[in-house]
Ligand binder design. Sequence first.
Ligand code: BYC
Length: 477
Amino acid sequence: MTSTVNYGDRIPNNVDLGRDRVLQRALEHWQPRYMGWWYDMGPSESRSYDVYLRTAISVEPEGWAVFDYVKMPDYRWGIFLAPPEAGRQINFGVNKGRAAWTDVPGEYRSPLRRLIVTQGDTEPASVEQQRMLGMSCPSMYDLRNIYQVNVEEGRHLWAMVYLLHRYFGRDGREEAEGLLERRSGDADNPRILGAFNEPTPDWLAFYMFTFFTDRDGKFQLASLAESGFDPLARTCRFMLTEEAHHMFVGETGVGRIVQRTADVMAANKIENPDQVRDLGVIDLPTIQRYLNFHYSVTLDLFGSDVSSNAANFFAGGLKGRYRETSLDDDHVLSETTYAVSDVVDGRLVDRDAPALSTLNERLRDDYIGEVQAGVDRWNRHIEHAGLPFRLMLPHKGFHRSIGNLAGHHISPDGRVLSEDEWNARRRAWLPSEHDYAFVQSLMSGRVVEPGKFANWIAPPRTGVNRKPLDFEYVRFN
Ligand code: BYC
């Protein structure tokens, strides 16, 4: 294993792929199918564009990326694992203290495969969800960023496919095919997890998705980076370095929309959403409704509050907690408890449950802490403009489909309502067809003159890789 990536091979890698001819051939067989999927389901009409992209050249924390113009189909998708840690052990669960596995332990083959397939399935799903957005981009800078996100999601798919091919034999190869066959939102063959079958119809949805849903990616990858199955841990460690940029795109994207709206409201001394819309910017209540939607569907991605799967993943040493190794406890969790919420007699109550079976809830709570900090940063733009409005995270029971709170009608402020009461307020809480139509009416064409930005979004503070904002980030040829 080297830290520098071998670009001489047809499939760039730092896993000495050339030494294992059978594996190399299997992956080379998968590669054209992947390209077929990219042409069908990747960013629409983008084949011939030269895009100013970063490409990994090393897996070291510093200096791994080079920036240059690349046609996306020529992007060097490949296999990069973070360097191995000498003497690494399994750090949690019943196998704690044993040497980390370099091969799949027989008794955990099936749950490990399931974790890898579930992770892998999200990556192409997000590309499918975003494929039309290039046609309505607010600037060349933003267009380049979505393409960067898309090629890296493609690479994350490669990361999971490598594990499936390398460690799971024929089953793994079949799963790798399945990853190219399912389709986001397809009634017959959908993606595995709920949020990845929801449409991403416009750029506000895209930024919300990369802020909220890509951050689930961060927390899940961080938990898998603790895995006792060392190849999974090392792959996820490198994926995390790419994930940071996706969340940056989301946080700054929403932040720039909020900033633009707040500035227009302050300059024109208006607060009425209809008047705000008349000026061609997105009113704050609509932004709040998008937030409510993306936050709640993303909370579902953490799985059931009480889950025997989660307990088994942890006890087996397959999936840890967020920052497992820096937590100060026994890392076995057989004696401790954790609070989960339930609805009892029409009221929300907390109860303690065994810590081992509530690991999904714990990860969800870790995640909530981090998203709250981002929402606070968005609110600063509104505060600076001197406006009283504040964006808020709804209660974690709001609009949930998975776990203890699914099936209950909980308001954003955490009250348990009847179904009728909840439905009567739905349009105030979640985006309506009318909201989507309005947002999309602002995005009817793309803005691609270098340095120009759509009216509904503020420019970013700096360009990509210290280039100016009017740099030609995409050449359309
Ligand atoms: N929708 O005990 P349960 C990312 C299923 S995002 C539909 O509740 P468990 C990215 C579950 O699969 C990160 N189904 O949950 C972001 C199970 O089905 P089976 C993706 C759901 O198993 C942006 C059943 O319900 N990575 O990387 O403890 C762009 C009962 O399961 C949902 C991972 O998720 C749902 N929301 O945990 C690009 C990590 N939730 O198997 C990329 C790997 C649950 O009984 N996955 N179900 O048929 C996992 O760790 C776990 O599978 C989950 C669920 C946390 C997802």
